[in-house]
Ligand binder design. Structure first.
Ligand code: CP
Ligand code: NVA
Length: 330
């Protein structure tokens, strides 16, 4: 597999074989990390990490992965000129002169595409409004570790399915042959053009996408139950009331888990409002009389929950993406 020089902007651009290749490389890098085998094959390289939205997992995963590969990182967030005093096109051309690769987390997908277009170096999408492709690799690695396979598994996603996680699940599941059910009120379904685009990959992989508003039907026989926050980064606070009203019936709780297979796992990209032990969780919970939002604490803390395996796998999979796109010389 030669991915040298390829941008990682959305999994639409990668074949099923390439995605599986990245998962295999991640699994290998994970094993090497556990055994303490060095993998600093990219010594002397430098990468820039741009975060226009907050992050714990993605930032740490990029930093740790880069350091393990022998790469130096520069973090750019508040305080950079991007978008305020300097356009993305100009920023891209400056960074392209100094760095071997650039990670970008921010708003529209067009911004990360422009970075790739103007910088002339490899660009990785660390989350945009539309897509979160590195999260998908971590999720698929976690599922494969747990079940030993991907094809034919039923993954049910509850919540806003029109945003980065819902859209990206459509792409990765159809490429890799999972049966994806997106469960939400109709207005939260992904746009038809994306679902239609995924249809051609489903035909090749044997996967499927089902849009369903009935929780019982959706959860029945699920292998994986997945949810995400009801309000994403960058969305206005005023939207909380409407989201809670619309998505409360789609909360993942013990009742929902009972409808899935007894062997089902619970997944969440994180961070999660599963209790009131966060500033926003407390404020919103008290205002709307909730003790949890998209998932109850009981499910989040249960044996079925693999959310911290998923979080760890962000690092191993991001390491695979960096290693491969900068030229994997193992
Ligand atoms: N899942 C995820 O992207 O987490 P962060 O927002 O903490 O990076
Ligand atoms: N949909 C969430 C994902 C966070 C990793 C957001 O965009 O905030």
């Amino acid at each position: 597999m030669d991915l040298k020089g390829r941008n990682f902007l959305t999994l639409k651009d990668f074949s099923p074989a390439e995605i599986i290749g990245l998962l295999d490389l991640a699994a290998d890098l994970k094993e090497k990390k556990k055994k303490g085998i060095p993998v600093d094959i990219h010594r002397g390289k430098n990468i820039a990490l741009i975060f226009e939205k907050t992050s714990t997992r993605t930032r740490c995963a990029f930093e740790v992965a880069a350091h393990d590969l022998g790469i130096c990182t520069t973090y750019l967030a508040e305080g950079s000129q991007i978008g305020k005093k300097e356009s993305i096109a100009d920023t891209a051309r400056v960074l392209g002169r100094m760095f071997d690769g650039i990670e970008y987390r921010g708003f529209e997908q067009t911004l990360v595409e422009d970075l790739a277009k103007y910088s002339g170096v490899v660009v990785w999408n660390g989350l945009t409004n539309e897509y979160h492709p590195t999260q998908m690799l971590a999720d698929m690695l976690t599922i494969r570790e747990h079940f030993g396979k991907l094809k034919g598994l039923k993954l049910v996603y509850f919540g806003d399915a029109r945003y980065n996680i819902g859209n990206s699940l459509c792409i990765v599941c159809s490429k890799l042959g999972l049966n994806l059910t997106l469960c939400a009120p109709e207005k939260y379904f992904p746009n038809k053009a994306l679902v239609d685009e995924c249809e051609k990959w489903n035909q090749e992989s044997g996967g499927s996408i089902t849009l369903e508003s009935d929780v019982d039907k959706a959860a029945k026989d699920a292998d994986i139950i997945y949810t995400d926050v009801w309000v994403s980064m960058g969305e206005p606070d005023e939207i909380w009331a409407e989201r809670i009203n619309d998505l409360k019936p789609y909360q993942v709780n013990a009742e929902v888990m009972k409808k899935a297979k007894p062997t089902a796992i619970f997944m969440h990209d994180l961070p999660s409002f599963h209790d009131l032990n966060t500033k926003i969780g407390k404020e919103i919970g008290e205002k709307f009389g909730l003790t949890a939002m998209e998932v109850t604490d009981e499910v989040f803390e249960s044996k079925q929950s693999v959310v911290f395996d998923e979080a760890e796998n962000r690092m191993h999979t991001i390491k695979a993406v960096i290693a491969a796109t900068l030229g994997n010389n193992f």
